[in-house]
Unconditional design. Structure first.
Length: 350
């Protein structure tokens, strides 16, 4: 937070009640952890295990869901400390990133056949191609590209140097970050007469409401069917969603996660960093694919948890057993050598 605000105004913004009304005039301008906050900072207590740190905090104000009798700092009691944090940071973010003025920058290129909804803004150097339809309040930032026949819902954001290629469909409040490419052709080829011949990819990409595509991430279109990301899917940076894949609601891909074509990822599943799902594989809903795990040869059932063991992904219980065994390998190796010598000696006696 880089803006000073009186604690009393903060209480009004967050709908909270101050333990000490006299603290309403205190000015705070930063957010710090409980143990590092000073008189000009505010701090949050959203986990009861840090209650003692909150009592000792030197913050200008501590925001908490409960009263803290004996606290050294004034306490602002709110109904939901995490919600209060989101409200406060959201307000600061909006002030740092104000909406641009609606309209088309003189240095932008918008095809005459494109349709721009109310309040749409197109920044300098951006391109909106023929037949595109941009929903109300959508922002195409400088140097972004929106392709032929693309359709967006309301209040989408296409960040600088992001690319949304032809005939993709975006829902409401979709965010595409810088360097991302949505709608590139899927990686499909046939071998004919000793050469790789590209299969024309005539499917599309559909990003439903509240989908977010991270920087340098790619979402490829299918050959015949659409690649679909349902409501609330979040893709981190450097991820890859392959042609014809289907990601259910609220799926989250962490950095470097990727998949082969026509993969299906069930809703509320997490793919942790550097994980992968092979071509045509299915991962059931509410699953977790651990860091570096590879789901290549076997589908994952609903609620499955897989972890990486050098040879690939295995169930998390078996993975833990393998890890425990690995710690005992030196001793096991010594025992095996002794047994080999004993067996050899017995054979000599025969």
């Amino acid at each position: 937070m880089d803006q000073e605000i009186p604690v009393g105004m903060l209480a009004q913004l967050l709908g909270g009640k101050l333990s000490d009304p006299a603290a309403a005039e205190t000015i705070v301008g930063g957010v710090q952890p409980l143990d590092k906050a000073g008189p000009k900072d505010l701090a949050f207590l959203w986990d009861p295990k840090y209650r003692e740190a909150a009592l000792q905090s030197q913050a200008g104000v501590v925001i908490s869901q409960e009263a803290l009798p004996g606290a050294k700092a004034p306490v602002l009691v709110v109904a939901d400390a995490q919600g209060a944090m989101l409200t406060l940071l959201g307000e600061v973010y909006r002030q740092r990133h104000p909406d641009p003025e609606p309209g088309v920058h003189p240095q932008a290129s918008v095809d005459p056949s494109a349709e721009l909804g109310e309040g749409v803004s197109v920044g300098a150097g951006a391109v909106v191609d023929a037949g595109a339809k941009l929903g109300a309040g959508t922002r195409v930032m400088p140097l972004a590209y929106v392709g032929r026949g693309v359709t967006t819902g309301e209040r989408c954001v296409i960040h600088p140097h992001a690319t949304v290629l032809d005939h993709c469909v975006l829902g409401n409040r979709v965010i595409v970050w810088s360097g991302a490419v949505v709608g590139k052709d899927g990686f499909g080829y046939l071998q004919r007469e000793g050469r790789h011949i590209r299969i024309p990819q005539i499917g599309g990409v559909r990003l439903d409401d509240f989908v977010e595509v991270g920087a340098m991430t790619t979402v490829a279109r299918g050959a015949l069917e659409d690649t679909v990301l349902e409501v609330g899917v979040k893709l981190d940076d450097h991820c890859h969603v392959a042609h014809g894949s289907h990601l259910g609601e609220n799926v989250m891909l962490i950095g470097y996660s990727r998949m082969g074509g026509s993969a299906t990822i069930g809703r509320d599943t997490y793919m942790l960093q550097d994980s992968a799902v092979g071509q045509g594989r299915t991962v059931g809903k509410n699953s977790i694919i651990g860091s570096a795990a590879k789901v290549l040869y076997k589908d994952v059932p609903e609620g499955g948890k897989v972890m990486d063991i050098a040879s690939g992904a295995v169930g998390h219980v078996r993975a833990k057993r393998i890890q425990l065994c690995l710690q005992k390998l030196p001793e096991l190796r010594t025992q095996v050598r002794k047994l080999e010598k004993q067996v050899a000696a017995l054979r000599e006696q025969d």
